[in-house]
Design a protein around this ligand. Sequence first.
Ligand code: GCV
Length: 723
Amino acid sequence: MALFFRTIAGVMLMLAASLGMAPAHAEDGYELWLRYHPLAAQQAQYDRSRASQLVADAATPTRAAARAELLRGLRGLLGAAPPLSDTVTRSGAIIAGTTASSPLIAELHLDTSKLGKEGYVIRSVTLHGHAAIAIVGNDDIGVLYGSFHFLRLLQTGQPLDHLAITEVPRVKLRVLDHWDNLNGSVERGYAGTSIWDWWKLPDWVSPRYTDYARANASIGINGVVLNNVNADALILTPAYLQKAAALAAVFRPYGIHVYLSVRFSAPIEIGGLKTADPLDPEVQRWWRQKTDEIYKLMPDFGGFLVKANSEGQPGPQDYKRTHADGANLFADVLAPHGGVVMWRAFVYSQSSADDRAKQAYSEFKPLDGRFHANVLLQVKNGPIDFQPREPFSPLFGAMPKTPLMMEFQITKEYLGFATHLVYLGPLYEEVLSSDTMAQGKGSTVATVIDGSLDGHALSGMAGIANIGTDRDWCGSDFNQANWYVFGRLAWNPALSTRAIAEEWIRMTFSNDEAFVKPVVDMMMGSREAAVDYMTPLGLAHLMGPGHHYGPAPWDTSLPRADWRPPYYHRADHQGIGFDRTRTGSDAADQYAPPIAASFNDVKQTPETLLLWFHHVPWDYRMRSGHTLWYELVAHYTQGVTDVKRMRETWQHLDGYIDADRYRKTAAFLSIQEREAQWWRDACIAYFQQMSGLPLPPGFAPPQHPLSYYESLSFHNVPGQSSW
Ligand code: GCV
């Protein structure tokens, strides 16, 4: 079979050469999805006749960026850039601009009234008797977004006739959160060190920052938090603010606003004050002056992101004040400048004996309505911490008076670091499409975070970046898809992540159907495979202590109970799982009544979340008729089988893309298969010791005894936290 596929691939390469297509050549992933490599001859010919002239001015930095991108893209895709012109003289002109900037566009009388600042239309039109395509925004940034969309049509081989596209972002703030430290390390980063070269900034501004801005603008990301939420107060000193301002200057033409993570105790650490009490007038004055200083340097500064009273970070509770008091301190000093506060809801207390999954809700729900208008509460997708699968956070739908911002993790802290191929689209989609039932059926998480459910104009979605200094930006070519899908969903949370995967593959690798189809399937199945080989049936938090690498369901080395895997799985001789029903921690009742009713009932709880909500005996009968113990072993085994299949699928695709990216993915899939086997075997060995049951017939025993897995230790694991 493999030979058959290789032969076919070889024939296709020869065919490509005879059709004048560029042969696949070595690449390093730097170009991301903006590759603009020559299209197949027939498609290029079709596109050339519809992009024969470019009418676009460069009078502002943003329109200059749009024009440069169109020229760059068309040159790459079609072999030559179309000539620039001031007017339409032939069929096939591309006209890009705003009604105000272009008399030609004004002539079209397009209705742009509903586009807002960032929306755009791409329309097939007739101008001066010639067929043309107009890319029109109300504002320059819409023109840039529309230009990227137009290029995407070419990159993915779409027809260019009868275009009538209107796009308006559904979410206002679409933000990448970098967990980058000022010393160059990246917390939970697996793609090298920080791309911000703080030491050389602001004097040396790497051209890479422009490519970073291009990539973000191409998917509609309009904000970047430069530094880790475990923040260093130094970021607010004049020297660092100058550096941040240099980055803001690069990002400005691309519609990207800079935000900073701030440390609550900064007035003490760099301001010389004795307190950081949010109600202290001196503290308020300090923050006001600091904020004014920032806006002098960056007039379009976005605002602050704050992690407070969480995992050892300082916060308002140190002064017996509430999270609302803390957030409003920043809201008030940012408001005159139009800035926002993104206040994180990721809190759980060292001293609380309550279920960690309940604590964010318990803390924040009573504060609904107490935050000032420019505060967004940034909530992780699940109640614990970016596990391979969690139910949606019960805060979604529970705080109608507060804009809730989604926080997804793009970097794969709990999903195999850089090397495992796990496409996060299905995870994001599962969360966004979950129905909170807060206001009856259809109150999905997506409608909470886009502001439509509760009528909030302010809305946002944040993703923890997976970007570093690696040439491929993200530590692997397939990790780029997670950056991509995050941006596309932030623009429109209702998009299909299968469709997004397909467009990403076409732009990143190839339009060849024989390549696209199996790779889409592989990506779409990859998240469930990871759930199966790591934490099936609602298990969570089984990974190694601190570094989070590999399985360690037995580990009790860390000081806090809620940092130890046994806290989460609660396996013993009788059964396994965390009882979060009314007989247990009662976390289920934090959801709206119909959802709570199903999570409280073991028979109604989806089996994918069974052990999240219920402690059940090992011989519990699953819907399949098998026992829980059987299903657990079957899921772990399925995960490994799925990864093996992914590796084999990739093996059959040798020859469709350049050798370097092919080989790297092949090597990473081998690592993933080995580590999936390790996860399966270690977890089965451990849970078998708990259950005392024999392995169900037909399943291979773990390759090693439990003591072997328990003895493994790891040094210099990347991405370790800084606190
Ligand atoms: C930035 C988890 C991670 C930490 C991270 C924290 C957070 O605990 O392991 O590295 O810290 O989440 O989101 O604040």
